[in-house]
Design a protein around this ligand. Structure first.
Ligand code: URA
Length: 237
């Protein structure tokens, strides 16, 4: 891999800035200053330093964010985005899926395109679990209707989903699709209204409740291995 690409991927600077840093003898590979930013390095085995500080290369980064309300699930927007909350210079980070601006909870932020694609692919039916607060008391029949596949907005039919009643106004729901405003539209189809929505799980990845809204942390190795595991067996049955 080219030295300037490695350093740019790690957020060290633009290609131009890195070229200048090379000219200024600020960048060394295995202890030798490098004047040519196009030189090839092996990020695994070569020791690259900028101003004598080692640069650790990591191809992919994975963060669990507790998304707060009022923040947009997008890479770029003129309002505050979830990426504005992540203090990491690595290039290519994006949110895996979208939560509405007023939804809070679990959002995976990564630059691992293949993993994100796998988790979002409709083929894989990855489970997403939400804690839901509604305006009107929930009914036992809601559970059955959700389990048998709810028709929303008089058209689309959702895949069967699982609803766990907590009390009159609270439940958890597990869905395996990612339709636009899906949970809110499902409860509208039940003549109800979602007043608060929080995602608490995606596949095996459970929101770390010690994270306050707006806080994030890197995934543990176990969490990452679980997420990478087979997606085909997931179901809301
Ligand atoms: N369903 C919704 O209605 N909103 C979300 O943010 C996520 C799922």
């Amino acid at each position: 891999m080219r030295l300037d690409k490695m350093l740019a991927d790690m957020g060290i600077g633009t290609r131009n800035e890195i070229r200048k840093a090379c000219r200024d003898c600020r960048i060394a590979v295995n202890g030798e200053y490098v004047r040519n930013p196009a030189v090839h390095v092996d990020p695994e085995s070569d020791r690259v330093t900028v101003d004598e500080e080692p640069v650790l290369y990591r191809k992919y980064m994975y963060f669990m964010l507790n998304k707060p309300q009022g923040v947009i699930s997008a890479v770029r927007d003129n309002r505050m985005t979830v990426l504005d909350l992540i203090d990491c210079p690595v290039k290519g980070l994006y949110p895996v899926g979208r939560l509405d601006s007023d939804t809070e909870g679990l959002l995976l932020i990564t630059n691992d395109g293949p993993l994100g694609h796998q988790l979002l692919s409709p083929k894989h039916h990855v489970e997403k679990e939400y804690h839901v607060t509604v305006k009107n008391p929930l009914k036992d029949s809601d559970t059955q209707r959700i389990a048998s596949g709810l028709r929303i907005d008089g058209g689309e039919v959702c895949l069967p989903a699982k609803m766990i009643l907590l009390d009159d106004l609270h439940c958890r729901i597990v869905i395996t699709e990612g339709r636009y405003h899906q949970v809110k539209r499902m409860f509208r189809a039940l003549d109800n209204e979602v007043t608060a929505l929080k995602r608490i799980r995606m596949k095996h990845l459970v929101l770390d409740e010690t994270l306050a809204p707006g806080e994030y942390r890197e995934l543990t190795d176990d969490e990452l291995n679980d997420l990478r595991g087979s997606t085909s067996e997931a179901s809301a049955g």
